[in-house]
Ligand binder design. Structure first.
Ligand code: ADP
Ligand code: ZN
Length: 607
């Protein structure tokens, strides 16, 4: 087939099988390149639409498409979703019986299957490699390709061995895909998978439908509850916490307060963890409280919010975690509460880690970038994208764009704070220093005669919260460090000197009392609040109920039937014939045949 024909066939498959009118972003180019037999490296953010980049070429080309994926738990859902649109898909992994696997292997050999998912350790077996040698292979797709990176947190040793594909199947195109953006990981993928000659497709990493918000932590759990109930009542979401204990406590707290929540962390037994994950993927109106162990491959498209109750270690981590919100492109939130304690804790974790000095410095730099994002006076998205080397302008859909923070000349209060640290001989922790500044006569202050210091009470005009906010920024700016060897005492750095001496000014972000914030106008870019009329809303709700029941009857996740965007469009268009329904994005031929009559009847009934 020539190039032109391939492209026409690809578009036809997109429309009839998947029911989408057009390719998105770079999909068309990628599909064209791989369908024509080329190797590709695809870097696209979560929700960008990576799956179609290998699924369609696998259908265009002769033979079976082999998808290497580290996520055994999700293979069933992937195969279910393909079956729903009428694509013949299967998987080979350790959860199957020998008979089941043999049956799939036979189908692969006979070319009776379009796509087969395999775990990397399975692929590396003699048996599997022989099977693929004896079969016609359309392509190899290597999903989550960043798993080859030894420095990343998803490292899988078996991924490194995937270079054999290049050696054993030199004529089969390979496409590697990942949502990890940094240049180091990219270089490692190319090197390890021998993709030096592959065409690289790098998409913008912006996720315009995600609204970023970072608030000052006062009572984190309470703030979280307010955020969920005021902005995301009834939605699915993920809440990340640092420790297992906090995960459990947060889930319990949410449940006590009427938000359905579950827990997920590496300390739970395997069966319970797997059950909670499956439940989260299948059900609506549920919140998962988790450590970062819950992550890769959370393919649920309608996660409406991702919250952080603790500061992530790096912007890479933060971006990957928040990226799990809104894969379907609908308005979603990334919300974080952060406070002084977070900064202190993360610094301590670095100091106390076993890593060598160079590595500690790398960790420290990553943390500094993360703090910079938290304390920024300008657009969060600009900061985030800049970190990944992408230039952009103010987004209009983050907290600093929507409610610009007030900054002020903080030189004088910072000088007061630095002097107080110095006057107590750099031997006391934050709480004590703030008490000295505010002139609180505690026993400890009297014991040490700190009430006779010149700095005692010079900061009485500010609340404790305000002083904590200032101290946090002073630490973020690197003027003060926390010494964990010595009771978390505050120490001045060399950078503090010019400020203390009065040569250097310091601009600070104004502390804003955590008020119960009504959500800012959602009319801005990327954020279209439900634009359904009451009548359309009623249809939408009915469709959602129908979807829950249908999904249960078919034993698949609800989003596999239709996603929210498709249901919303149906509610608006109110199709009363099958041909009207066919025109809607997300309705392919197979789904039209399976559900068309039911939907049309349901809508006619409501007219
Ligand atoms: P990724 O793997 O990059 O995170 P997915 O492949 O899961 O993204 O796609 C994310 C969502 O976007 C899915 O719900 C998918 O059906 C949808 N999608 C992908 N490509 C298109 C397209 N061309 N038109 C409409 N929707 C699309
Ligand atoms: Zn912004």
């Amino acid at each position: 087939m020539d190039h032109q024909e391939n492209n026409e066939r690809a578009l036809h498959l997109l429309q009839t099988v998947f029911g989408y009118p057009a390719f998105r972003g770079q999909q068309a180019e990628i599909v064209g390149h791989v369908s024509g037999g080329g190797d590709a490296l695809v870097l696209m953010p979560t929700g960008g639409g990576k799956s179609l980049c290998y699924q369609i070429p696998a259908l265009v080309r002769d033979g079976v498409g082999v998808v290497v994926s580290p996520l055994i738990a999700l293979m069933q859902d992937q195969v279910d979703a393909l079956a729903e649109v009428g694509v013949r898909a299967a998987f080979l992994n350790s959860t199957q019986t020998y008979e089941e696997a043999s049956r799939i292997e036979r189908q692969v050999r006979m070319g009776e299957i379009d796509l087969v998912y395999v775990a990397p350790e399975r692929l590396m077996t003699e048996r599997c490699l022989n099977l693929f040698q004896a079969s016609k292979i359309a392509l190899f797709a290597i999903d989550e390709a960043h798993c080859v990176s030894q420095w990343g947190h998803d490292f899988r040793p078996e991924y490194i061995k995937l270079s054999v594909l290049h050696e054993q199947f030199p004529n089969v195109p390979r496409i590697a895909l990942t949502a990890t953006a940094d240049p180091q990981t990219r270089a490692e993928i190319i090197h390890r998978l021998q993709l030096g000659d592959a065409m690289q497709f790098v998409s913008s990493f912006d996720r315009p439908n995600i609204r970023y918000q970072i608030v000052e932590k006062a009572n984190g759990r309470k703030q979280l509850l307010d955020f969920i109930t005021t902005e995301h009542g009834g939605d699915c979401g993920i809440v990340y916490c640092l420790s297992r204990k906090k995960v459990e406590e947060t889930a319990e707290f949410l449940n006590e307060n009427g938000v359905r929540a579950m827990a997920y962390h590496a300390g739970m037994d395997h069966a319970k963890r797997a059950a909670n994950q499956a439940k989260f993927l299948r059900e609506e109106n549920i919140v998962m409280c988790a450590t970062i162990a819950f992550g890769m491959g959370i393919d649920k498209p309608n996660v409406r919010f991702v919250c952080h109750l603790d500061l992530p270690k790096s912007i890479e981590g933060y971006y990957q975690e928040t990226g799990r919100a809104g894969r379907d492109g609908e308005p979603s939130s990334a919300w974080m509460a952060y406070g002084l304690q977070d900064v202190v804790l993360q610094r301590r974790m670095i100091d106390e880690s076993e890593a060598d000095e160079t590595f500690k410095r790398v960790l420290g730099n990553k943390l500094d970038a993360m703090l910079g994002l938290c304390e920024t006076l300008s657009c969060r998205r600009v900061r985030l994208l800049d970190y990944f080397g992408e230039a952009s302008g103010p987004c209009g859909n983050c907290d600093t764009c929507l409610i610009p923070p007030v900054s002020f000349d903080g030189t004088v209060p910072v000088q007061k704070l630095l002097s107080a640290v110095y006057r107590v001989d750099q031997r006391f922790a934050a709480g004590h220093v703030i008490e000295v500044l505010r002139g609180v006569e505690t026993d400890r202050i009297k014991t040490w005669h700190h009430d006779s210091l010149s700095v005692f009470g010079i900061g009485a005009d500010r609340s404790e919260q305000e002083w904590r906010a200032i101290l946090r920024q002073v630490i973020a700016l690197g003027l003060v460090t926390v010494d964990h060897e010595q009771y978390s005492s505050l120490k001045l750095t060399d950078a503090a000197r010019p400020v203390l001496k009065g040569g250097q000014k310091v601009q600070l972000r104004q502390y804003q009392k955590p008020v119960k914030q009504k959500s800012p106008s959602r009319a801005s870019k990327g954020y279209v609040e439900s634009d359904l009329s009451p009548r359309e809303q009623a249809i939408f709700d009915k469709l959602r109920w129908w979807r829950v029941e249908t999904a249960r009857a078919h034993d698949v996740a609800a989003y596999i039937i239709f996603n929210d965007a498709t249901l919303r469009e149906i509610a608006k268009a109110r199709p009363t014939t099958l041909s009207d329904l066919r025109g809607i994005s997300g309705v392919g031929e197979k789904k039209l045949a399976s559900y068309g009559d039911e939907i049309v009847a349901m809508i006619s009934e409501m007219e």
